[in-house]
Design a binder for this molecule. Structure first.
Ligand code: GRF
Length: 217
């Protein structure tokens, strides 16, 4: 028997736009790729950017595009995770995009936004993921392993680090690299393509789970 899920909750209610919240921790090049892509000329609206930092370069990118910024977590003046769900609801967020966000999303938020939170990881999961595997550490591990391909993975977020179902992956040849930085550079290029691509598929309601596998139509 085929088990078939629609993942977004907006097709039935005919909401015209896909409202997204992007979660970041630092540089924000993936946020920039989203904001500069054709997505935002069409159905996708970046309603807000959230960070676990009081300030970060990604906030500057958001501000240049007049996108509201919020800091989340325990810091003074930050929005607590208890209050974040009501804020996301008031912003009518359909999809949460983790783009370089290094903290674990609390279970309460995962439960509320099940299959509506995605993350970009700079390696080919299920290898080179998990707690502490972020940024340069990922590329160093890939380099030391002597793997000949790496790439980017966009996956659903569940209760653990990097274990949710894989939505899309793109590979890069790294057989000739001389350093982890070279890997990072090649992978980042494909990250900037694959993340807007996946978001566009959500906007078109083309992502489904069929027989436990994520399928892009
Ligand atoms: C990216 O490599 C992303 O895959 C990882 O953290 C990095 C963030 O980069 N999760 P940026 O902030 O989008 O430039």
């Amino acid at each position: 028997m085929t088990i078939f899920y629609y993942l977004t909750n907006f097709s039935a209610t005919k909401i015209k736009n896909l409202n997204i919240a992007v979660f970041v921790s630092g540089r924000g090049s993936n946020l920039k790729a989203i904001l500069n892509s054709d997505l935002t000329k069409n159905k996708v609206i970046v309603k807000a950017v959230f960070s676990d930092k009081k300030n970060c370069p990604a906030f500057e990118i958001a501000s240049e595009h007049s996108v509201k910024c919020f800091s989340v977590g325990d810091c003074e003046g930050c929005i607590s995770y208890t209050n974040i769900i009501s804020l996301l609801e008031s912003l009518e967020i359909n999809l949460i995009v983790l783009a370089g966000f290094i903290k674990l999303i609390p279970n309460s938020v995962v439960a509320e936004y099940r299959n509506r939170i995605i993350n970009i990881h700079p390696a080919l999961l299920p290898s080179f993921g998990g707690k502490g595997m972020y940024g340069r550490k990922v590329h160093e591990a890939v380099f030391k392993s002597s793997a000949k391909v790496s790439g980017a993975t966009v996956h659903f977020v569940d209760e653990s680090y990097d274990t949710g179902k894989i939505i899309a992956q793109r590979c890069v040849d790294i057989s000739d690299v001389k350093s982890p930085d070279e890997i990072a550079e090649r992978v980042l290029k494909v990250e900037h393509e694959i993340l807007p691509y996946v978001i566009s598929k959500f906007a078109d309601d083309k992502i489904k789970i069929i027989n436990e596998r994520v399928v892009i139509e």
